[in-house]
Ligand binder design. Structure first.
Ligand code: XMP
Length: 310
């Protein structure tokens, strides 16, 4: 049985011994893993840590403001980096999922590396967890934060990596967050992939497409808050379908809604959401997003599907 108090105690000691007086940077996206990591390292090394929020233009509505507020409330020194334009630039012409992940990863580490250089950093803290390591080593996909497995050697750039959660699965990460005194608003957050909405825009990622899926995400999340499911989100398809808007036949966007139950993301079950709820989501998505003419619900489990579409 996992003991969060013992884990925190030994982790703090280990981080202090490893880091010494060296400065540490932690990229905090607002997700459970990176926020717990950031707070754990902050507890261990205090003002030697600087957190950065890299605004890649791919986050949920209101997320940059939310993360900066949380970091401030936790007393963590934090820096906001606006990299929206640069991220959209690297997605140009890329349609393959793994190519998109690689483009995201390269830009992410370049941006983080630049911030690290400015702050004279020796360590990069990352919220890598066990599922990331397993999925990368077994070839299911390349999680952007499993550096050694994807052929990036941070030492080459003068940094060492700190991954205090790499032996834990998500439920234990949540326990650590609670043990550290984080609010439930943070440690109970739904998992959100590092490359964020870039994985939920199928095909090429553009600011216009991200805006559509961001709005659909907001609708899905607000309508499904009480379900207690593992992940609830919207996906924008790359192809279009015929529909009717304002009395005219149009060729518009397709959104799929995915709501799954899972313990650790290794397997998942599509949630049997009441039909009335699905209908409301569909009406809101097609009613509030002008370009969307069709809304689908994904009833496939993992396996054979994955949770994300890409
Ligand atoms: P899949 O789609 O493989 O996802 O069933 C399992 C869990 O991992 C998340 N996910 C990612 N997280 N980078 C991340 O940080 C990624 O590239 C990535 N792809 C999927 C997914 O949201 C789910 O929680």
């Amino acid at each position: 049985m996992f003991n969060a108090a013992e884990f925190v105690e030994s982790s703090l000691k280990e981080i202090q011994e490893t880091v010494g007086k060296t400065r540490v940077i932690s990229a905090c996206s607002g997700g459970v893993d990176s926020t717990v990591t950031t707070f754990l390292v902050h507890k261990a090394v205090g003002s030697s840590l600087i957190a950065v929020f890299i605004d890649d233009g791919l986050r949920r509505e209101g997320e940059p403001e939310f993360v900066m507020r949380i970091l401030k409330e936790l007393g963590i020194q934090a820096k906001y980096v606006d990299a929206k334009k640069e991220f959209f630039e690297v997605f140009k012409g890329k349609t393959d999922a793994e190519e998109k992940r690689k483009a995201f990863r390269d830009k992410f580490y370049k941006t983080l590396g630049k911030a690290a250089k400015e702050e004279k950093i020796g360590f990069i803290a990352q919220g890598t967890i066990k599922a990331d390591v397993i999925e990368t080593t077994t070839g299911i996909k390349s999680q952007h934060n499993v550096l050694s497995q994807i052929g990036i050697n941070p030492e080459k750039y003068g940094y060492k990596i700190l991954e205090p959660l790499r032996e834990l699965f998500k439920p234990d990460v949540r326990k650590v967050g609670r043990e550290l005194g984080l609010s439930a608003e943070i440690y109970e957050r739904m998992p959100f992939p590092g490359p964020a909405l870039s994985l939920r825009v199928l095909g090429e990622v553009t600011p216009e497409k991200v805006a559509i899926v961001r709005k659909a995400t907001e609708i899905v999340e607000s309508e499904t808050m009480g379900l207690g499911t593992f992940q609830n989100f919207a996906v924008l398809h790359n192809d279009k379908a015929t529909g009717i808007k304002n009395g005219a036949r149009v060729y518009g966007n397709i959104i799929t809604v995915r709501i799954v139950e899972s313990d650790n993301a290794v397997t998942a079950t599509a949630k049997q959401v009441p039909y009335k709820k699905l209908k409301k989501i569909s009406e809101r998505i097609t009613g509030e997003i002008p370009s969307v003419v069709r809304c689908l619900y994904d009833i496939t489990d993992k396996p054979p599907s994955t949770i994300e579409f890409e």
